[in-house]
Design a protein around this ligand. Structure first.
Ligand SMILES: [Zn+2]
Length: 142
């Protein structure tokens, strides 16, 4: 199913009973980021939920395989969800890798630009989070 013209599909880990909630969370950030992707002409064919037992928050294989992996659950137990803003941050980070590999100055500038672009479009603070156990957690992003 096509999510929007910038993102082809979302794939979640259906081994979890609440996989629909994971899908909704990814769908929400994918739609919120659409205009930013329009502005910078970024495309991803697939956003895949990351559930491996690493501490990684995201992974970009977009150039060769066409997908980005995003962790939507906390790394410690893979049960409670990350906050929406955390998932969005990871997504923006991985999208920045569509243009720059590694974490050099070019990458950081572009990542900041994407964040500013998103903030400029979001004029309200979303408080109706569907995730009761929000806990910010530091992890690695690639
Ligand atoms: Zn990275």
């Amino acid at each position: 199913m096509l999510i929007n013209k910038r993102i082809g599909a979302i794939e979640v880990d259906t081994a979890f009973a609440d996989h629909e909630q994971a899908y909704e969370l990814l769908e929400l950030v994918c739609n919120d980021v659409k205009e930013v992707m329009d502005e910078y002409d970024l495309q991803v064919s697939q956003i895949i939920e990351m559930t491996d037992d690493t501490l990684d928050l995201g992974y970009n294989e977009n150039e060769t395989l066409g997908w980005i992996k995003i962790r939507v659950r906390r790394t410690r137990n893979n049960q409670a969800f990350q906050s929406e803003s955390m998932v969005m941050d990871t997504l923006l980070h991985e999208l920045a890798h569509n243009r720059y590999l590694g974490h050099g100055e070019d990458f950081n500038e572009f990542f900041s630009e994407l964040k500013l672009s998103l903030e400029g479009r979001t004029n309200s603070c979303r408080i109706s989070l569907p995730h009761p156990m929000v806990e910010l957690e530091r992890g690695k992003q690639h």
